[in-house]
Design a protein. Structure first.
Length: 225
């Protein structure tokens, strides 16, 4: 099975993939065998963990696959879009501050600051486009089945996937530059908070993009036929 399909089937598996640094959203269109070989991960070990999930948080195992597309779109807005709007001003300020204060000793922070600025700009634009164009078209297609709404869905999907790929790759670069958000010995409290918030932001983004790429978008592709 492909990584994205595994997470779609049982969302608790996302925690296993995070532990091994495996992207299940933008990079979810690869088989488990392929990605473990690429990352030199023991396939048998990860398969064992994926089949022994009883100790994992069961409330994460929401059955998104059974939700109607319009309900899922509203959930994404309320759960993820709104949070991005709420947290990015403060997080941007923290990332910029640690780049200014610690950038001379840790030049990677300057690069992180530049990349995060791109992520925020592109993600906010992307979300606005979804909320104003794609998601209303989904509701119109479900309620009225108009050709206009179906055409809009088809036209928007390519752009949305392209945006996800760019934003996801940029966050991957931030993760790599920060050494998976590992704090140096001279990290101040703002440094600690910034990295903690960046890690949470990336975790949320992975789930956000997974819900769209692997669940919502396949649903609306069928709707747009």
């Amino acid at each position: 099975m492909k990584v994205g399909d595994i997470v779609t089937k049982d969302f608790r598996t996302a925690q296993v993939f995070k532990t091994y640094g495996i992207d299940f959203c933008c990079g979810g269109n690869v088989s488990l065998k392929e990605i473990t070989a690429k990352k030199n991960i023991d396939l048998e070990k990860i398969e064992t963990e994926l089949t022994n999930l009883d100790g994992r948080n069961s409330n994460l195992n929401l059955n998104y696959q059974d939700w109607e597309a319009d309900f899922l779109a509203d959930y994404i807005v309320n759960q993820y879009h709104n949070k991005v709007v709420r947290v990015t001003p403060q997080l941007t300020e923290y990332v910029n501050k640690i780049a200014r204060v610690h950038g001379e000793r840790h030049p990677e922070l300057i690069e992180i600051d530049k990349r995060f600025e791109v992520v925020v700009k592109e993600l906010l634009t992307h979300q606005t486009q979804e909320e104003n164009i794609l998601f209303p078209a989904i509701k119109e297609a479900l309620s009225q089945g108009t050709q206009k709404s179906k055409y809009t869905i088809k036209a928007q999907l390519k752009d949305m996937l392209k945006d996800h790929d760019m934003i996801g790759k940029t966050m991957d670069e931030i993760n790599a530059l920060s050494n998976n958000y590992k704090l140096p010995n001279d990290a101040c409290k703002t440094y600690m908070v910034a990295f903690k918030m960046l890690e949470e932001f990336e975790d949320d983004l992975h789930v956000h993009v997974h819900l769209e790429n692997n669940i919502l978008f396949p649903k609306i592709e069928k709707l747009a036929v």
